[in-house]
Design a protein around this ligand. Structure first.
Ligand SMILES: NC(=O)c1ccc[n+]([C@@H]2O[C@H](COP(=O)([O-])OP(=O)(O)OC[C@H]3O[C@@H](n4cnc5c(N)ncnc54)[C@H](O)[C@@H]3O)[C@@H](O)[C@H]2O)c1
Length: 403
């Protein structure tokens, strides 16, 4: 059986935690070939190459020259580099996958899309959250209409990383907008996951977003927001609420409310689905079981069984691999890239990731305009994106779309 030959670029934290072990496990099971890896940092590249037994490089072009059989590349580098590295690799005729968020603006997303179209290759985005077993089961329940028509979706993710201090003041977005480091701001960092989840829960396209984005703490090191709140109107009439915070009180939950039932959960990846359905005049809990087994010492999910009548079952497609629930999301995205490369199949998420970026851009833009609603799809470049492109040119000495 022929399998896709995949390489990885960027051996930092997310690669070492999730991508590298998952690529290695899938290769061990014979469903892909893990050909080579690359990081600018020689020590990191050598460490990862040694650990997983693949050749390592510090230069992408050298890796692609030496291994002409590479079909696709998993790019696990920082957000501001996604469009540059993806274009470089697409120009070499290889399929690409970038980590989330797809890129730092819609203009940067389009650099990837255009390069892939011109070179006849596919692109995937490593949005992993909706691909995790529990989230797949929830999306299946929504899709089957078990909750009825979805009317309200919430994702509230207030983490108390920092207390409010007496010195905090109300600040909106100020320049510079980004340091172009590991985070592109909370609405883009965890936001791209959450906006994806909200859109998928609503099973509808966003048509309007109002938001406010605040940076309360004063620190030269910290230019991003530490709090944001957004209201999303979906085509279907459903309404979405997104809140993210790194200071003050802690509160974490997501809620999906339909005309026939709801899921209200404070642990989106934990081993339970608190499903309540309308029965007669009241609401009843529906039991949900998570069945597990072990593979090579790893606790692996076998199935999730929802005890409706008839039962609804999710079967873990990676149940024979030593891959935990979290990394099932990464395994699925890698297989999406592999299938695109091997069978010319459209990747599972791809362009949808641009919509997550677009939703985040709408939040920032609304905030710059005093929470004025932003209509989607957004026409033209937002003032937020224009400023970010100016800051990018200042920082890197070239336009965001320079060849
Ligand atoms: N899906 C998730 O759950 C999840 C979790 C964490 C991070 N991420 C995403 O993963 C990406 C990487 O995260 P990070 O920035 O914190 O990682 P990081 O800074 O720890 O690692 C990035 C690595 O890429 C290497 N690199 C950069 N440019 C390169 C180039 N041209 N050639 C070769 N190597 C290069 C760097 O040397 C570094 O080792 C980000 O986009 C982030 O948003 C996703």
């Amino acid at each position: 059986m022929s399998v896709a030959k995949i390489a990885l670029v960027g051996c930092g934290n997310p690669a070492r935690r999730w991508h590298l072990p998952t690529l290695s496990e899938l290769a061990k099971r014979g469903v892909i070939e893990f050909v080579a890896l690359c990081d600018l940092d020689e020590v990191l590249a050598a460490e990862s190459g040694g650990k997983y037994g693949v050749p390592h490089y510090t230069d992408i072009d050298e890796m692609l020259d030496r291994h002409q059989d590479i079909m696709a590349v998993d790019i696990v580098t920082g957000d501001p580099t996604h469009h540059v590295i993806a274009r470089q690799i697409a120009e070499r005729g290889k399929h690409v996958m970038v980590e989330k968020p797809m890129a730092i603006t819609r203009g940067c997303c389009d650099v990837i899309i255009d390069a892939c179209r011109r070179n006849g290759v596919h692109f995937e985005v490593a949005e992993n959250y909706f691909r995790m077993p529990k989230q797949r089961m929830i999306l299946d329940l929504i899709d089957r209409g078990i909750l009825g028509e979805i009317v309200r979706v919430y994702f509230v993710e207030a983490k108390a990383r920092n207390p409010f201090e007496p010195t905090v003041t109300h600040r909106g977005l100020t320049r510079p907008l980004s340091k172009f480091g590991n985070s592109s701001g909370m609405c883009m960092d965890m936001g791209s996951h959450r906006l994806s989840q909200l859109r998928l829960y609503a099973m509808s396209e966003p048509r309007q977003i109002s938001g406010t984005v605040r940076r309360y703490r004063s620190s030269a090191e910290f230019v991003h927001e530490d709090w944001a709140h957004a209201m999303i109107d979906f085509e279907s009439g459903a309404v979405g609420v997104y809140e993210t915070s790194r200071l003050g009180e802690s509160l974490h939950y997501y809620q999906i409310t339909g005309t026939q039932g709801s899921i209200c959960d404070d642990d989106w990846s934990g081993p339970a689905i608190p499903l309540r359905l309308q029965v007669g005049d009241g609401m009843e809990d529906v039991p949900v079981e998570f069945e597990r087994h072990r593979v090579d010492g790893v606790d692996v999910l076998s199935r999730i069984v929802v005890h409706t009548d008839p039962e609804i079952v999710y079967v873990n497609p990676f149940r024979e691999c030593a891959i935990d629930d979290w990394s099932v999301g990464h395994a699925a995205e890698i297989m999406s890239l592999a299938n695109a490369a091997l069978n010319d199949e459209a990747p599972e998420y791809g362009l949808a990731a641009r919509q997550d970026v677009e939703m985040a851009m709408a939040i920032y833009e609304s905030s710059l305009n005093g929470t004025a609603p932003v209509k989607l799809p957004i026409e033209g470049m937002t003032s937020y994106e224009r400023m970010l492109h100016e800051d990018y040119r200042e920082r890197f000495g070239r336009s965001f779309d320079a060849a």
